[in-house]
Design a protein around this ligand. Structure first.
Ligand code: HEM
Length: 540
């Protein structure tokens, strides 16, 4: 009995000794294993990063090369571009407040103006600063989708026209838009509304002659009221203090605008997905119920009215009928897209007008000749205002509201661009700002010369609607801006009215106009414009 106990004890001591040896062994080797994993991970990270275009491109090419030898034979050339930093790539390039400027200068430095690759974390991006390559991208059906990031999903935009994938739903929305909101007949019908808002703007400016006047807020409110009228048939007084609905909507649009204009790091670095360190997810979750509440209320109140875009959506039947949440998404996007672009562009036009008195004088002369001072401008005058139209095109050239064409494109399948292989799932951008300032494309590109757009005898007018990629501020191809005619008509009519009524002068109390830019969703003046106005006519 005793010896048996003794044996068991000795055996258990052996087992214990062995286990603890194994434990020590494991501890030492676990540490080595960790070191080995870390070295391998580090080496792979550096190898991926060492590829032109940075880590996302490296990951793609190295895995492809191992998988397919045929691939090696077919695609020897890699797209040039900055490597950025290991893992994150060139996030700082895109998150910059002047991303379009930084991308243009890096493309120049990398000798990659035709096509440049870069990485946003795990996302492969290509960007072009060349009109021919821009045409190839924008007009290719391979790039007819858009990358939908978390914010766009969060704000319901995946069910609206701008982010919907190229397919039946997107085509239905485009058709509804062009039949009921953007066609020339519809645009003509809304002329009165634009005139009423223009008159309200003129009255607002006329109330403060000779004192410093900030234009941005008024322009944004005017543009919002215009879209609310087009979409819902709602009428608002521009300066009314009890206009709670439009004030509320303006706040929601501003917040959505800020959210969509911010680069969300978690979209490109999946290992950060659990975190929300920029508070973007949180802010979207706060914003969406407010948008739903406001727009659903408007939709329900609307059931009685007739004749606007919402009425048309409500009257759809059968396969075209939209759910209420889809309707909210579509309406919300229209208001969202149509508001800031127009206001931003008018502010740039006024800034240029203040800075170039000779151009202002020429526009005034033309207005006096075509319209005269005894009546107000009419939209039917616009085709005769050739210099004013040229001046607006020149502003679009130097200050396109979407310098990177606002929303990028996404390749649906593997394709080739400018002879380079571009894989499916690549985000493609066009740097319209860089093209429009390229000395190889435009003579004296930094000079403000509206004359360049005045067609000479027998020459066709330059179209900015996407047929000539030297200047296509509304994009081009299948996804071209559907609101381009509406947007340009609104801007031209409002600018013509504001210039017909006033002389625009630098403010005596504030600094002269500063052309610094800040890229949010659109590219705005970094320092809001402050002016003095002086009436040219008796006020309407
Ligand atoms: C000055 C005014 C405007 C400018 C500069 C502008 C610019 C743009 C640009 C650059 C795009 C991307 C095009 C592409 O990918 O090729 C776009 C798309 C879009 N714009 Fe505009 N826009 C303006 C006014 C408007 C207005 C007034 C509306 C509507 C009321 C609107 C609605 C849209 C929509 C829905 C899309 C997405 C189209 C799609 O993906 O199918 N835009 N816009």
């Amino acid at each position: 009995m005793f010896s048996l106990n003794m044996r068991t004890e000795i055996e258990s001591l052996w087992v214990f000794a062995l286990a603890s040896k194994f434990n020590i062994y494991m501890q030492q080797h676990f540490a080595s294993l960790l070191v080995a994993i870390a070295i391998t991970w580090f080496t792979i990270t550096i190898v991926f990063w060492s590829t032109p275009g940075g880590p996302a491109w490296g990951k793609y090419f190295f895995t492809r090369r191992f998988i397919s030898l045929d691939y090696n034979r077919k695609y020897k050339n890699l797209i040039p571009g900055p490597r950025g930093f290991p893992l994150v790539g060139s996030m700082s390039l895109r998150s910059s407040h002047v991303a379009h400027q930084r991308i243009a200068s890096v493309a120049e430095m990398s000798n990659a103006k035709r096509l440049m690759a870069f990485s946003l974390g795990d996302t492969k991006v290509v960007v072009t600063c060349h009109p021919a390559v821009a045409k190839e991208i924008l007009n290719s059906s391979v790039f007819a989708d858009r990358p939908v990031d978390e914010t766009a999903y969060g704000l319901m935009f995946n069910r609206a026209m701008g982010f919907a994938p190229n397919g039946t739903y997107w085509r239905t929305l485009r058709r509804l838009g062009s039949n009921h909101l953007f066609n020339p007949k519809q645009i003509k019908q809304s002329e009165d509304q634009r005139r009423v808002i223009a008159t309200q703007m003129v009255n607002a400016f006329a109330r403060n002659p000779k004192s410093a006047c900030a234009v941005r807020d008024l322009l944004k409110t005017a543009s919002l009221c215009n879209m609310m009228g087009l979409v819902f048939g709602r009428e608002y007084e521009l300066e009314s203090n009890n206009n709670l609905e439009s004030e509320c909507l303006k706040g929601l649009v501003e917040e959505g605008y800020d959210l969509l204009g911010t680069l969300n790091w978690t979209d490109h670095l999946p290992w950060l997905a659990g975190l929300d360190f920029q508070q973007i997810r949180f802010r979207c979750s706060q914003l969406v119920p407010k948008v739903n509440l406001l727009l659903s209320r408007i939709i329900h109140e609307q059931r009685a009215a007739t004749g606007n875009f919402l009425d048309m959506l409500l009257s759809l039947q059968g396969s075209e009928k939209l759910s209420e949440s889809d309707m909210v998404a579509v309406l919300w996007e229209m208001i969202f897209r149509g508001t800031d672009t127009v206001a931003v562009l008018v502010e740039w036009v006024l800034a240029r007008i203040v800075m170039h008195p000779k151009v202002q004088l020429t526009v005034h002369d033309e207005l006096d000749r075509v319209v005269g001072r005894s009546r107000t401008v009419d939209e039917s005058d616009l085709p005769s205002l050739t210099y004013l139209t040229a001046m607006i095109k020149e502003v679009l050239r130097l200050h396109p509201p979407g310098p990177l064409l606002s929303w990028a494109r996404l390749s649906i399948t593997d394709t080739s661009v400018d002879g380079y292989h571009v894989p499916a799932g690549t985000t493609a951008m066009v740097n319209m700002w860089a093209i429009a300032r390229d000395p190889h494309v435009w003579e004296d590109p930094l000079e403000f010369k509206p004359e360049r757009f005045v067609a000479k005898e027998g020459e066709a007018e330059f179209s900015v609607f996407g047929s000539d990629l030297r200047l296509a501020p509304f994009g081009s191809g299948k996804r071209v801006c559907p609101g381009k005619n509406l947007g340009l008509t609104t801007v031209s009519f409002w600018v013509a009215t504001l210039l017909h009524e006033f002389e625009w002068l630098p403010s005596v109390e504030a600094n002269p106009p500063d052309l610094s830019e800040v890229l949010r969703l659109s590219c705005e003046m970094a320092c809001p414009l402050i002016v003095n106005v002086s009436s040219r006519r008796k006020i309407m």
